[in-house]
Write a protein that binds this ligand. Structure first.
Ligand code: 13P
Length: 252
């Protein structure tokens, strides 16, 4: 498992043709390195086109969301099996936009994590506190609660297939990233919680930082031993800045 992992979350950006152009530009510029794994999460409708262009490349495909059921009368939803067939390797679960704009509860997120793992999709499980929670000194209790409820019922071996993304809500899309010290402190707490409560080997845990990551601040973040990579929003919509961030992640 490469020790660095960079994921581009395209959110609700790029039509199918724009997605094709973006991934072709990334592929033309990106030089794979064994220490870094790269994944992109286009919108659902562009997954097939991007999947085809990623065939026989080292870049992995991720979905931005999934529903927890196999099939049925769930209008507008997409199942884990559908994503698998499209070539998705990863799926983002519990993103703060899903939690806040679409009212996804910890319970729903827990069901999605179980369903994704059951179908062989590797979740990128997002957690993070809001500004008011940080200002009230509740960051650690919020993070612990999201971990305990989100990961409820999962075994240590399941956890080996999960990447955690710490995305403080106040840093997402604001241009104000967490400082290296702020991110490191929370990442260290997440790591020790996974070791204590899930008996994990700390070297097997990948924890990404997300929230206003740019080519300008990525290098400093990646110098922290607790930060294994980044979940990138705005800066992944431009091939140059995304590839630059991936390059800065090369280690050893
Ligand atoms: P920005 O990089 O645009 O702040 O978005 C971060 C994010 O939400 C990635 O999932």
């Amino acid at each position: 498992m490469p020790n660095r992992f960079i994921v581009g979350n395209w959110k609700m950006h790029k039509t199918i043709s724009q997605a094709e152009t973006l991934i072709q530009d990334i592929l033309a510029m990106y030089q794979p390195h064994p220490s870094v794994e790269l994944a992109v999460a286009p919108p659902y409708v562009a997954l097939q086109a991007v999947s085809q262009l990623l065939t026989n490349t080292s870049i992995k495909l991720a979905a931005q969301n999934v529903y927890a059921k196999n099939e049925g009368a769930f209008t507008g939803e997409i199942s884990p099996a559908m994503l698998k067939e499209l070539g998705c390797h990863y799926v983002i679960i519990g993103h703060s936009e899903r939690r806040h704009l679409f009212r996804e509860s910890d319970h729903i997120i827990n069901e999605k994590l179980h369903a994704a793992l059951h179908h062989g999709l590797q979740p990128i499980f997002c957690i993070g506190e809001c500004l008011e929670e940080r200002e009230a000194g509740q960051t650690h209790s919020v993070i612990q609660h999201q971990l305990q409820t989100g990961l409820a019922g999962l075994e240590t071996q399941d956890l080996h297939n999960i990447t955690i993304a710490y995305e403080p809500v106040w840093a997402i899309g604001t241009g104000q990233a967490a400082t290296v010290e702020q991110a490191t402190e929370v990442h260290a707490a997440i790591r020790s919680s996974l070791v204590t409560h899930w008996n994990m080997d700390s070297t097997q845990i990948r924890i990404l930082y997300g929230g206003s990551v740019t080519p300008e601040n990525a290098q400093a973040l990646f110098q922290s031993p607790h930060i294994n990579g980044a979940l990138v929003g705005k800066a992944c919509l431009n091939s140059e800045s995304f590839v630059k961030i991936a390059k800065l992640a090369i280690s050893g």
